[in-house]
Design a protein around this ligand. Structure first.
Ligand SMILES: C[S@@+](CC[C@H](N)C(=O)[O-])C[C@H]1O[C@@H](n2cnc3c(N)ncnc32)[C@H](O)[C@@H]1O
Length: 156
């Protein structure tokens, strides 16, 4: 299930785009020359920027693994998902606990175009993608509530 009820189009590739610049930092393939040019400018000003992005990603993976494998958390709400980069959160969570439920949320229509890669979870688990803004908590909770049980622990 994907919910696409908000957002504006930001698909022109001549303009650098935050999610695609982040993809360039991570060494991914979903960026263009404008994104790389801005990424290089940022690295020129802040040489650790690429490492920061990679460590951010690795932190998400370590934290998810710890929560699912060691602390028994089975529900995840990932707000600010970004362009998919393997392993994505549901892959990490469902490797530890195949029945884990994951709801992805991002406000960027570009991320929505990649959402299919976020929905290939285990048969036992659930993965959903919602297009919403973190500043719309009621909308997120209403939509995510069809998947997540808020009476049980949810890692955000
Ligand atoms: C750094 S990237 C993705 C990071 C990713 N969670 C990770 O662990 O690698 C941040 C994402 O946050 C999204 N984002 C930024 N502002 C947002 C907002 N107000 N509501 C929802 N998502 C937002 C961007 O579209 C972008 O895809």
């Amino acid at each position: 299930m994907t919910d696409t009820s908000s957002g504006t189009s930001r698909s022109d590739t001549d303009t650098p785009h935050p999610a695609r610049v982040y993809d360039w930092f991570l060494g991914g393939s979903d960026h263009g020359p404008a994104d790389e040019a801005l990424g290089r400018q940022i690295v020129a000003m802040e040489p650790t920027a690429k490492y920061g992005a990679r460590h951010n990603r690795w932190f998400m993976q370590r934290a998810t693994r710890m929560l699912a494998a060691r602390l028994g958390v089975r529900q995840f709400l990932d707000i600010g998902t970004g362009i998919p980069t393997e392993p994505n959160l549901h892959r990490v969570a469902q490797t530890a606990a195949p029945e884990a439920s994951v709801v992805y949320v991002d406000n960027d229509p570009l991320v929505l175009t990649h959402a299919q890669a976020l929905l290939n979870g285990t048969p036992e688990g659930v993965t959903r993608y919602l297009q919403a803004d973190v500043r719309e908590p009621r909308k997120i909770l209403d939509l995510a509530g069809s998947v997540l049980d808020f009476d049980r622990p949810v890692a955000v």
